[in-house]
Write a protein that binds this ligand. Structure first.
Ligand code: DGL
Length: 267
């Protein structure tokens, strides 16, 4: 097998990373992609750093056994807490989703402004976004807000139900008075609630979704290493740690992704 034919590995705690998977599939149709959703242990955002590091390391080892050429940590929580540990055990390049999101926010507000970062409790407590934004765009004024109920709402497939709007209003309405210029969707589940979030924030607030930015960064990384697969139609493979039918059903309903058979890997 040529190195460029080897798959790109992507993982998240559950469905959220599929927003990144979808952007990758659109941008890089020739790549073979293998997606792992840790459905047995979702959510990660309420867990300790030790737990997230241990889960992420197990998944990394599993994907490395599948001979991936690049690993995309399509989970902000794991990107915040476990990226260094993952890099220590991975001989292949590892990319997180925070840097692409930060770069996209900096590009959206070239003259500075107020940024609201939304994410899981673990991501917000880690301050990974504040640090990365301070380094990339010091002129930005950054506030972070944990929105822990968003992930279970998405995992339940309730993105268009009234409860999604109610919870979004509860978390975000207080920020309407603060003249926010951009809101970062700092969790890969949140793009599935983008419409609801945008409605609460109003039309003047730019919503920054890192999925496409992460896909563009992945393409640049593969290109620079001569690993881009220029084939016509790459394969897509899905593996979860529990409840494969439910995952497949929700991937179809929420994102229009037809997974086919979903395999199970239990740790
Ligand atoms: N989608 C993940 C993230 O980007 C994890 C959410 C969770 O499992 O709590 O943070």
């Amino acid at each position: 097998m040529k190195d460029s034919d080897r798959p790109v590995g992507i993982f998240d705690s559950g469905l959220g990373g599929l927003t990144v998977f979808k952007a990758l599939r659109d941008l890089l149709p020739g790549e073979n992609l293998i997606y792992f959703g840790d459905t047995a242990r979702v959510p990660y955002g309420t867990k300790s750093a030790q737990a997230v590091i241990s889960f992420s390391s197990e998944i990394t080892r599993f994907l490395l056994e599948r001979r991936i050429k690049l690993l995309i940590v399509a989970c902000n929580t794991a990107s915040s807490l476990a990226l260094d540990e993952i890099r220590k055990i991975s001989p292949v390049p590892v990319m997180g989703v925070i840097k692409p999101g930060v770069d996209a926010a900096a590009a959206a507000l070239p003259h500075g402004g107020r940024v609201l970062v939304t994410g899981t409790t673990a991501t917000v407590n880690s301050r990974a976004y504040s640090r990365a934004l301070a380094a990339a765009a010091p002129a930005l004024d950054v506030t972070e807000k944990a929105c822990p109920l968003f992930v279970p709402i998405v995992e339940e497939g309730w993105c268009s139900k009234p409860v999604a709007a109610l919870v979004a209003r509860e978390y975000l309405a207080p920020f309407r008075r603060r003249k926010i210029d951009a809101l970062i969707l700092g969790c890969t589940h949140y793009p599935m609630l983008k419409r609801v979030i945008a409605r609460v924030m109003g039309p003047k607030v730019k919503i920054v979704d890192s999925a496409r930015a992460a896909a563009l960064a992945a393409r640049a990384e593969l290109e620079s290493r001569g690993l881009l697969n220029r084939g016509r139609r790459g394969a897509s493979e899905f593996v979860v740690s529990d409840a494969p039918e439910r995952f497949s059903d929700l991937a179809g309903r929420l994102l229009g992704i037809r997974t086919g058979r979903v395999a199970v890997k239990r740790f």
